[in-house]
Design a protein around this ligand. Structure first.
Ligand code: NAD
Length: 304
């Protein structure tokens, strides 16, 4: 198979001054892309800022003969980040929503500020950047988006009600973008990675971290954003070189008669059946939300 080239593609990678984003940047640049390395260079908790983080990555790319420019804006100023791409390279083809912070706290202790801040950076940041890129994507009928979720967004995690909420929201966001973007050749996918970075360094034991280099995540991100990939609106779990797709599964379910027998007691009696996945389906569209209830958008079929 020939090399997957990104020649002349303009890629915006948020939070690319370290961790996963840095490796994506290096890899895209190696393959000919023009890279906007965005990072405000703050702490893991989102405090402060330092232009050095993005500069170091840009210098490394340029020293290797690649093309890159640094951007120090907060993802909440997404329009400014896209402006950097347009001013320097004329447009944007690929957006990797990767910037993130942590403010872990048990739900009992979490403050309004800790909850909001994490939602802002991950979800609203991705919204602002993608929203600013969208008109370019539509006009040129080409766009690729990666939203970075997390296993915590898929399954929840102790002490991360803020983070897991934001990370699940990024899934619904990408699923909708994939549908709205389809006719403009805009594809949006989601990754739920696990990798060694300052986010995991203090949580995971060294022997596990050793296996989790960020370089092992980059190949999926590159493939999903390459011209040759047709897949959109999908979720991928990726860690230590293991790549797999995640999807929704609906149990065979129970259809209750809408009469006086349809009570909480009836639900209790058949709850095991609701939980039974023997005859499951894997829905992808709102319109096939439930075969018994909807035959097209909003057209209810009598369940009696
Ligand atoms: P990281 O802390 O090394 O990288 C995140 C980067 O985002 C930092 O360089 C930081 O300065 C930047 N950033 C933070 N807030 C920003 C803002 N408002 N505007 C611009 N830049 C900002 O951590 P990482 O592990 O490389 O994380 C990358 C992404 O992957 C994050 O979204 C994270 O939640 C996600 N993720 C990582 C793991 C993992 O195991 N490392 C697991 C699941 C999800």
């Amino acid at each position: 198979m020939s090399e997957l080239s990104f020649k002349d593609k303009v890629v915006v990678i948020t939070g690319a001054g370290g961790g996963l984003g840095k490796h994506y940047s290096l890899e895209y640049a190696k393959r000919g892309a023009k890279v906007v390395v965005n990072d405000l260079g703050g702490s893991l908790g989102g405090q402060g800022g330092d232009a050095k983080a993005a500069d170091i990555v840009v210098n490394e790319i340029r020293a290797a003969g690649g093309i890159a420019v640094a951007d120090y804006n907060n993802v909440l100023d997404g329009a400014k980040i896209i402006e950097t791409a347009v001013k320097n390279f004329g447009t944007v083809h690929i957006v990797i929503n990767n910037a993130g912070i942590l403010r872990d706290a048990s739900f009992k202790k979490i403050t309004d500020k800790e909850f909001q801040l994490v939602l802002d950076v991950h979800l609203n940041g991705a919204f602002q950047v993608t929203k600013a890129a969208w008109p370019y994507f539509r006009k040129q009928e080409y766009g690729r988006i990666i939203n970075t979720s997390s296993p915590a967004g898929l399954y929840g995690n102790f002490g991360q009600s803020n983070y897991s909420s934001a990370k699940s929201a990024l899934i619904g966001f990408a699923e909708t973008l994939a549908k709205e973007g389809e006719k403009y050749n805009i594809k949006a996918n989601v990754i739920a990675p696990l990798a060694k970075s300052r986010m995991t360094e203090t949580i995971l034991p060294p022997p596990v971290l050793e296996k989790l280099s960020p370089q092992k995540v980059a190949p999926l991100v590159l493939y999903l954003t390459h011209d040759s990939n047709e897949v959109s609106g999908q979720i991928f779990e990726v860690a230590a070189g293991f790549y797999a797709q995640i999807r929704w599964e609906r149990s065979g379910g129970v259809l209750f008669r809408p009469d006086e027998t349809f009570t909480a007691e009836a639900v209790a009696k058949r709850f095991d059946e609701i939980l039974n996945f023997d005859d499951s389906a894997k829905p992808e569209l709102l319109k096939n939300q439930h075969p018994f209830m909807l035959n097209s958008y909003g057209e209810l079929i009598s369940a009696a």
